[in-house]
Ligand binder design. Sequence first.
Ligand SMILES: [Zn+2]
Length: 460
Amino acid sequence: MAAYQSYLETHQDRFLAELLEFLRIPSISALPERAGDVARAGEWVAQRLTAAGVENVTVMPTEGHPVVYGDWLHAPGRPTIMIYGHFDVQPVDPVELWTNPPFEPTIVGDRVYARGASDDKGNMLAPILAVEALLQSEGGAPVNLKFCFEGQEEIGSPHIPDFMPPHRDRFACDLAVSADGGQFSETEPILLMSLRGICGIQIDVQGASSDLHSGLHGGRIQNPIHALTQILGTLRRADGRIAVEGFYDDVVELSSEERAAIALVPFDGDHYLEELGLEEAFGEPGYTNRERGWVRPTLEMNGIWGGFQEEGIKTVLPNSAHAKITCRLVAEQDPARIIALLEEHITQHAPPGVEVNVNPLSILGRPYSIAADHWGNRAAAAVLKEMYGREPYQTRSGGSIPITGVFREQLGADTISFGFGIEDENFHAPDEFFRLASFRKSQIAYCKLLAELGKSGPPA
Ligand SMILES: [Zn+2]
């Protein structure tokens, strides 16, 4: 047995106790009154990194919640790997649906239940423990290491794009490894090949200076709700394809190999519909259900409001109407360009008699993708294959992790996903849990991954 492995085994009880301590901090980034707890979680991470033997540990302020940095740079000639994760968590409502209080971690069988257990505290602690084992038992790590742990992932990392540019040198690395992710199941590993980007707008349609009597003014002036729905009706064709001029211009179509790899990932369409309580799926023609959710761009209306919505009747001609829309984007769509296209389309289709304003929402992220044969993915695949006894599926995520785009743009570093959550672990929902088997497995996996990355390294 390798020295790191027996170190991990010897210290497993302490590691579990530390995980529970970490989980007790209610670091909910979305709630202003929890900002102190988010900061406390950051301090906890900083102390834990230092205790592991990581150097230059610093809690770095941002305009919002802090970032924790640390490094260990004593492997000359080897690549520099930056491990990423987040110590903030989602809110807990509805708290009455939790079997146990969300910040009193409870072990049931081989699972620990608590908010953040899987997303992302259990997952982000594992590489720190792995590095401790390497530094304490092997005399060093096989690569140079940097750590970047943030406290604002669950609110979309709004301050990271401004935080990173002045700290480019400190965070410079050859590859980022995200410990915020998962595997397909307990027996089936994955490589995550892409994440979608995101952008959004609010449409505000303004009519008269106040609400009016529909009997006196109806039919004589424009109705903002009619105007808004008329605009919204032009955004998508009846078959599901987005009708905004230029929307698909920059989409890179997948190769037949990439589509074949997606088709290999198990998907039970009937089960999917049954879970949702639906009879049929719907989406852009020419693509499978998986492809629509993973590698095609979308435009979804998130909310629409205006006029009278109480019980009974009010014969009102409302003076304004509003809608919120977000788009999920794929390579090489640029969120800023998509917003410009939406503005142009909406302006062109705005009916007369009202003022139509389009305002970008504060959420913005570029789509992210990485090749299966990228040196980072090759190393991850080798470790996963060894540990699971099978090739990883090549999966994709319909969601967005904006920081991956920041790492690529600001640091020139690609990001591979190497986490051990499993989709049934209720992240963002009541009774979130993490498998303790995954907690132990991920520590070993990280030791092996760093060894593999040390061997391969980036292409010269
Ligand atoms: Zn997460």
